[in-house]
Structures are given as structure tokens and as C-alpha cells.
Design a protein around this ligand. Structure first.
Ligand code: KE4
Length: 422
């Protein structure tokens, strides 16, 4: 019995499902989780000493690769000065300044401890600023596990959502409107029905939680325009896309300016950091300068701030265009290999993220993503992991490369793909 299996058996007796986040249980791909001992660059090393080329990269944070020396040096130096002060520290100001410099739509920013906290707080702020209760989100977009976002699309006519999980009262999602992504008419209709009561639209500008889906031509611009028309706020959830789509995130790449942006993952370089920021007039509604309450014991943690700042400073030196080009080549070759085995593949790729869907139809929303053959994905996941390639344990996630992935990694990956059997 492998040490991973032994640990998993023990973990399941004292941690629900043996994991601290459900996706890590690998249930969707009919596998047991691997327990990881260490990570370096593009590699993971499990407790049984096996090496994997990692395309999960901690679900997004590790764009530089694991254990980047500059990031670790900064975190260790900060740790030696003390783990948490419960008071402001210079590193919070430095990281805030770096975020403001890199994302001009963010005039002010508040640090929190996760993407969930960031989106939950941004929604409260939008509601407090506008005095309105409704929020529009999109089917297949994930904004963390705050109750208001755990909503399933309502019936076709009634825009009101239903709870997406037990434990969320219907009342909590009564003001959540769930619409199909990439469908501007649906958004305009919702605003025709509820326009003056809608506080915000929250959207992953290019969703990564359906797998990767790209905004159609004019879609994000259309969301911007309808928010302006009705006085609602546009919130870009850039927890995945922030600093990955470009140094300025998806908003810089697509040229659409949100009113608020939520961030996470990369800004913490693997440490627990989230953030939300945007228009000064909106952010100044936040306590203590305004009436909207939000707080957090470890927000702006000095070690996490130091790591995040070192991460962004390092990323400023990196060649995003080259990584995008190389990632596209890998993705296209991987897809061609799978197609050569008789499997239909739709490939969506941007920057250092891609997703293959095993379906005949293009995938530009969750309904299309659901037509992808899950059994094919599970077969690929299992066979690639057997050959030392670590893919996302859920089909509706992105495959992430990093600045640490090498030609040898890509060659190993494609050789493993050539061995796939369906
Ligand atoms: P966290 O609370 O997990 O830090 O962030 C929530 C979140 C918010 N917004 C977007 C666009 C996100 O993708 C996420 C979290 N992403 C998932 C994977 N796609 C986290 C993985 C997990 O839950 O373990």
C-alpha cells in the first residue's frame, strides 16, 4: 500500500473526505488523491517519491513555478521579523501600490485571505454602494463559496436563482440572478426586469471554472455598457486571470474597465491572500472610512504580503508573450494527438491556460462544456498521472503552464499523450 493511500485512509477518518478542499479528493476522475511531499519549479513530488510535471500549479497561484527562490527568500525574511502583527505593516502598502500600479482600474485595494473573501466582500460593497440587492452571476462561473454565489440558475422565466447546495437558504439567493455566459440578450432582459434593483454583475472575464471559456466579441463591452446604462457595478473576478492573462490581468487584455476587481491566487504566490479593489468612490464606502463593514484578523499578513510582492516583481521581468506562444504550441499538439486517436477535441487557450473539451461543438458556455465526454477526461487524467503528468482532478478546470515549465516537461507530456489508449 502506498504511503499516499495510507495517509488518505487516515485523513478520511479525521478530515471530511480526507481533504481540505473537495476538488482535491479526485472523486470526479475516479482516483485517490496523491499526498505531496514537496514541489519545485514545474514538478510535484509525492510522498512515495514519484515526480510529476504539474499542470495544476496549486489551481493557479504558481505562475512562476513552485518554490521560486526570490519569493521564498522574501517570505523567510518576513517570517524572521514576525508572522503577524495585527497592525499595519510596510509590506501591505508595498503590495497595494504594486497592484494599483499594475491594474489602473484599481484606485484603492483591500487585502483579505482568499478569493472567496474577496468576492463576498466585493458583493457586499457593491450592494452597500448602490443600495440595491440583486446580483447577476453566470452559470459555470465560480466565485468561491460565499452563500450568495452558491446558486443554481432559476427557471427560464423567473430570473431568481435556487440554492446550489444544501445549507444555503432560498432567501440568501433570492437576489442572485444566474444567467448563461456569453449571452448579452439574457443580461439585457434581466436588467429590463430588475434593472433598478441590480447592484452588480460579477463575472470571470474569461471563465476558468467551466474549463477555460473565452468571452465572445463585444461580450465584456456589452456588460460594461449595460451596467453604465442602469447604474450597476461591473465586478471582474480575476482570481484566476489576474496577472496570468497579462501583468494587468484580463481587463488589460480585453480593454474593459470594471468598477471592482477581485484577486487571489497569484497575488499570494501560494500564501493565503485575496484582495478586492477598484473605483475610489466605491472603495471609500468601506469601513473604517465608510459604512460598509468588512474585517479580517490575518488580512495583509506580512509574510504573505512579502511573498506576493516578490512574486509580482519577478513576474514583471518575465516574457508573457513567449509563455503564451509555447503554451499554445503544447495545447495544440496535445489536442492533435488526442484527435489522432479518434476523439473529438475543442481547444480553448489563452496565455498560460488551456482546456480541451471532448465534444464536437465549440465550447463558449457551461451548457456546451457539459457536452464534453467526462469518461474521456477521466481516462486521460488516469493515464497521464500514471506516466508522471499531473492534470486537474476535474474536467471543468484549466490546465496551467508556468514560467518554470521546460522543453523536457513538454516532451514528457506529449510522449505520455501519445501512449493514451481509449
Ligand atoms: P478561494 O476562496 O478558493 O481562494 O477562491 C475562490 C475563487 C474565486 N474566484 C475564482 C474565479 C476562482 O477560480 C476561485 C477558486 N478557484 C478554485 C479552482 N478553480 C479553487 C480550487 C479549490 O476550491 O480547491
Amino acid at each position: 500500500m502506498s504511503l499516499s493511500s495510507t495517509l488518505y485512509a487516515k485523513a478520511q477518518s479525521i478530515i471530511p473526505g480526507g481533504v481540505n478542499s473537495p476538488i482535491r479528493a479526485c472523486k470526479a476522475v475516479e482516483s485517490e488523491p496523491l499526498f505531496i511531499a514537496s514541489a519545485m519549479g514545474s514538478k510535484l513530488y509525492d510522498v512515495d517519491g514519484r515526480q510529476y510535471v504539474d499542470y495544476v500549479m496549486s489551481w493557479g497561484p504558481m505562475l512562476l513555478g513552485h518554490a521560486n527562490p526570490r519569493v521564498h527568500e522574501a517570505a523567510k525574511a518576513a517570517l524572521d521579523a514576525g508572522a503577524s502583527f495585527g497592525a499595519p505593516c510596510p509590506a501591505e502598502v508595498d503590495l497595494a501600490q504594486k497592484i494599483v500600479d499594475l491594474m489602473p482600474s484599481i484606485e484603492m485595494v483591500r487585502m483579505v485571505n482568499s478569493g472567496t473573501e474577496a468576492t463576498m466582500s466585493a458583493l457586499r460593497l457593491a450592494r452597500g454602494f448602490t443600495g440595491r440587492d440583486y446580483v447577476i452571476k453566470f452559470d459555470g462561473c465560480y466565485h468561491g463559496h460565499a452563500d450568495a454565489f452558491l446558486a443554481a440558475a432559476g427557471s427560464g422565466v423567473e430570473v431568481q436563482a435556487a440554492p446550489g447546495t444544501p445549507g444555503v437558504p432560498a432567501a440568501t439567493v433570492a437576489h442572485t440572478i444566474v444567467l448563461p455566459y456569453n449571452n448579452l440578450d439574457a443580461v439585457k432582459e434581466a436588467f429590463r426586469q430588475k434593472g433598478k434593483d441590480i447592484a452588480a454583475i460579477i463575472v470571470e472575464p474569461a471563465p476558468g471554472n467551466m474549463g477555460l471559456v473565452l468571452p465572445g466579441p463585444g461580450y465584456l463591452e456589452g456588460l460594461r455598457a449595460v451596467c453604465d446604462e442602469y447604474g450597476a457595478l461591473l465586478i471582474f473576478d480575476e482570481v484566476i486571470t489576474g496577472f496570468r492573462w497579462s501583468l494587468g490581468g484580463a481587463q488589460a487584455r480585453y480593454g474593459v474597465r470594471p468598477d471592482l476587481t477581485t484577486l487571489g491566487k497569484i497575488i499570494g504566490a501560494g500564501f493565503p491572500v485575496g484582495a478586492y479593489g477598484g473605483r475610489r468612490d466605491v472603495m471609500e464606502k468601506l469601513s473604517p472610512c465608510g459604512p460598509v463593514f468588512q474585517a479580517g484578523t490575518l488580512s495583509g499578513n506580512p509574510v504573505a504580503m512579502a511573498a506576493g510582492l516578490a512574486n509580482l516583481r519577478e513576474l514583471e521581468q518575465r516574457d508573457y508573450a513567449a509563455l503564451e506562444k509555447r503554451t499554445g504550441e503544447l495545447a495544440r499538439e496535445f489536442a492533435d494527438i488526442v484527435r489522432s486517436k479518434g476523439v473529438p477535441v475543442q481547444l480553448n487557450h489563452v496565455a498560460s491556460a488551456f482546456t480541451m473539451y471532448f465534444t464536437e461543438q465549440p465550447v463558449n458556455d457551461m451548457a456546451a462544456a457539459r457536452t464534453s465526454n467526462g469518461k474521456i477526461y477521466t481516462a486521460i487524467y488516469k493515464q497521464m498521472r500514471e506516466q508522471g503528468v499531473y492534470l486537474a482532478s476535474l474536467a471543468y478546470e484549466c490546465t496551467f503552464t508556468s514560467f518554470a515549465h521546460s522543453e523536457a516537461d513538454y516532451e514528457l507530456t506529449l510522449n505520455a499523450a501519445r501512449n493514451l489508449k481509449f
